[in-house]
Write a protein that binds this ligand. Structure first.
Ligand SMILES: *[C@@H]1O[C@H](CO)[C@@H](O)[C@H](O)[C@H]1NC(C)=O
Ligand SMILES: *[C@@H]1O[C@H](CO)[C@@H](O)[C@H](O)[C@H]1NC(C)=O
Ligand SMILES: *[C@@H]1O[C@H](CO)[C@@H](O)[C@H](O)[C@H]1NC(C)=O
Ligand SMILES: *[C@@H]1O[C@H](CO)[C@@H](O)[C@H](O)[C@H]1NC(C)=O
Ligand SMILES: *[C@@H]1O[C@H](CO)[C@@H](O)[C@H](O)[C@H]1NC(C)=O
Ligand SMILES: *[C@@H]1O[C@H](CO)[C@@H](O)[C@H](O)[C@H]1NC(C)=O
Length: 241
C-alpha cells in the first residue's frame, strides 16, 4: 500500500511538474476568442446602466468586448498550483499595464468600435485597460498588436452586415431562428460561432454576444477546440438600437 502510494505520488509529481513549470500562461492557449456585443441588447435590458459616450448615440453596429486567449480544454491546476479549474489564462503580466501612448493612433478607431455603454464605467480607456491587463497580457502580442488585431477582425468580418445579408436585421417585433444566425456567421467566416443571449425588459431572450475562435495571431477564424458558453433558445429576438 505504501509502495503504491509513493509510486502514484511520483507519477503525479511528474505529470504536474510538466503541467505547472514549463508552460507559461501565455504559451499554452490554443486560440483566441473574439467577442462582439450588440448594443441594443446591452441597453434594453439595463436601462439604468446604459449611457451613450458624450451623450451621442453610437452607430447601430456590434462593438468589441474583447479578444480572449482560450485553452483547448479546461483543466485543474494547469497554470496555478491550486486546484481551480481554468479554461483561459488571465492577468499574465502585472508589470505591463496599458500605456495609452502606445495605441494613440488607434484611439479614434477604438472609440468607434470598442466603446462602453456602461453608466458606471463611462471611461472607455478604463475598459481597454481592463481587457488588456486581464486578457491582452496573455495573448503574446504587444499592446499595439493586440488592439490592432481586435479592430482588424471586426472590420474584416462585419457581423452586422453578415447578419443583414442573411435576412437577420435588428427589429422590434421579428423573432429569428438561432440556427439562422449561427449558419450566417459560419458561412461568412468558415467557423461556427457561439451565441450568448440575455433577456429584454419583457423577459424575452435576445442575441447579446457572439463569440468566435480565431487563431493565436488573432486573425483567422478557426474551429473552436471546445464548446464555448452559449445560452440561447432556438428562437431569439435581435432588437433594434
Ligand atoms: C518540461 O520539464 C520537464 C522536467 O523538467 C522536462 O523533462 C520536459 O522536457 C520539459 N518540457 C518542455 C516542453 O520543455
Ligand atoms: C512583462 O512586461 C514587461 C514590460 O513590458 C516586460 O519587460 C516583461 O518581459 C514581461 N514579462 C513577461 C513574463 O512576459
Ligand atoms: C509609455 O510609452 C511611451 C512611448 O513608448 C514611453 O515613452 C513612456 O515612458 C511609457 N510610459 C510608461 C509609464 O511606461
Ligand atoms: C479616461 O480618463 C482618463 C483620465 O481622466 C483620460 O485621460 C482619458 O482621455 C479618458 N478616456 C476617454 C476615452 O475618454
Ligand atoms: C457594417 O455593416 C453595416 C450594415 O451593412 C453598415 O451599416 C456598417 O457601416 C458597417 N460597418 C463598418 C464599420 O463598415
Ligand atoms: C410591432 O408590434 C407592435 C404591437 O403589435 C405594433 O404596434 C408595431 O407597429 C409593430 N412594429 C413593427 C415595426 O412592425
Amino acid at each position: 500500500m505504501k509502495l503504491l502510494y509513493w509510486y502514484l505520488a511520483a507519477v503525479l509529481d511528474i505529470v504536474f511538474s510538466c503541467g505547472l513549470h514549463n508552460h507559461t500562461a501565455s504559451d499554452t492557449f490554443s486560440s483566441v476568442v473574439a467577442s462582439l456585443q450588440w448594443p441594443g441588447s446591452y441597453c434594453d435590458t439595463r436601462a439604468d446602466r446604459c449611457c451613450y459616450p458624450g451623450n451621442q448615440k453610437p452607430a447601430a453596429d456590434f462593438t468589441i468586448h474583447g479578444l480572449w486567449p482560450n485553452y483547448a480544454d479546461c483543466r485543474r491546476g494547469l497554470v496555478t498550483p491550486d486546484a481551480t479549474t481554468r479554461c483561459w489564462p488571465d492577468y499574465c503580466n502585472a508589470t505591463d499595464p496599458l500605456n495609452t501612448s502606445l495605441i494613440k493612433d488607434l484611439e479614434g478607431d477604438l472609440l468607434r468600435n470598442w466603446g462602453t455603454l456602461s453608466c458606471r464605467h463611462r471611461n472607455a480607456t478604463a475598459f481597454w485597460s481592463h481587457e488588456w491587463r486581464r486578457h491582452g497580457t496573455c495573448s503574446g502580442m504587444d499592446q499595439h498588436a493586440y488592439f490592432r488585431a481586435a479592430l482588424d477582425f471586426k472590420a474584416r468580418f462585419n457581423l452586422t452586415h453578415i447578419l443583414a445579408d442573411a435576412g437577420v436585421a435588428p427589429s422590434t417585433n421579428q423573432t429569428y431562428l438561432l440556427s439562422s444566425i449561427e449558419d450566417a456567421v459560419t458561412k461568412a467566416t468558415g467557423s461556427a460561432p457561439s451565441v450568448e443571449c440575455n433577456r429584454n425588459g419583457r423577459d424575452e431572450m435576445q442575441l447579446y454576444q457572439v463569440f468566435q475562435c480565431v487563431g493565436r495571431d488573432g486573425k483567422s477564424p478557426v474551429h473552436c477546440p471546445r464548446r464555448l458558453e452559449s445560452r440561447c433558445p432556438d428562437k431569439v429576438k435581435f432588437p433594434a438600437f
